[in-house]
Design a protein around this ligand. Structure first.
Ligand SMILES: CC(=O)Nc1ccn([C@H]2C[C@H](O)[C@@H](CO)O2)c(=O)n1
Length: 107
């Protein structure tokens, strides 16, 4: 089997690992510091807390998204309610106007 070559890496909080591996969570919303991902990138995914690798993903969509434009479809793609999603983003980033939506598929 040909080994995977990576275009980059990304971390997730451990508490989202099961949702990512089950396919329940198919997007992530990041700030400008993680807006550099491009469609087609193959990313090595590890936990933020310990750096443990737990899967590989391929980026299928990247788009700028206003916090105010978050809707229930984004929440479904995050496997959360819209209220939960807004609370998680605010917990991680504080008050933020511009997010970057990264949609991915598991490799
Ligand atoms: C671990 C790390 O460096 N940064 C993040 C940022 C976001 N997430 C998750 C939380 C929500 O499910 C979405 C929306 O921000 O992405 C994350 O796991 N790790």
């Amino acid at each position: 089997m040909t080994p995977l070559t990576y275009d980059g890496k990304i971390t997730f909080f451990e508490r989202f690992e099961a949702d990512i591996l089950s396919g329940a969570k198919t997007i992530t919303l990041r700030d400008e510091s993680e807006s550099h991902f491009r469609v087609g990138d193959r990313l090595s995914v590890s936990t933020f807390e310990t750096g443990r690798h737990f899967c590989d993903i391929q980026v299928v969509r990247v788009e700028e998204l206003a916090f105010e434009a978050l809707n229930s479809r984004h929440a479904v793609q995050e496997n959360m309610t819209l209220e939960q999603l807004k609370a998680v983003i605010t917990e991680i980033y504080g008050e933020i106007d511009t997010l970057y939506l990264i949609e991915y598929r598991l490799l």
